[in-house]
Unconditional design. Structure first.
Length: 94
């Protein structure tokens, strides 16, 4: 297996794993929206900037599902990879 094929296979695997992660995360937040809202309310970051958790209840899972969708298509994959990096970095602040 040449280096280029190996590199493409690793990139494809990374996209599949990120797609799975963001799909699962977004769908779980929709299905268990009460628990998600409770966890958002406990977030010290949101309370320090005085953002009501109800405002983020639906936009956050929608963004995660949009990132997962962009990872699925070849045309938008690079954008999806960049957004997945930005989203995971911002999530670690909580």
């Amino acid at each position: 297996m040449s280096f280029i094929k190996y590199k493409a296979a690793v990139a494809q695997l990374a996209c599949i794993l990120l797609f799975t992660l963001f799909s699962y995360s977004g769908l779980t937040k929709f299905i268990e929206s009460q628990n998600f809202l409770w966890e958002l309310a406990k977030s010290p970051l949101l309370s320090s900037v005085h953002i009501h958790p109800e405002l983020l209840r639906y936009p956050l899972p929608i963004v995660e599902l949009c990132i997962a969708t962009s990872l699925f298509f070849d045309r938008t994959r690079k954008t999806g990879l960049i957004l997945s990096f930005v989203d995971r970095k911002s999530t670690r602040l909580n």
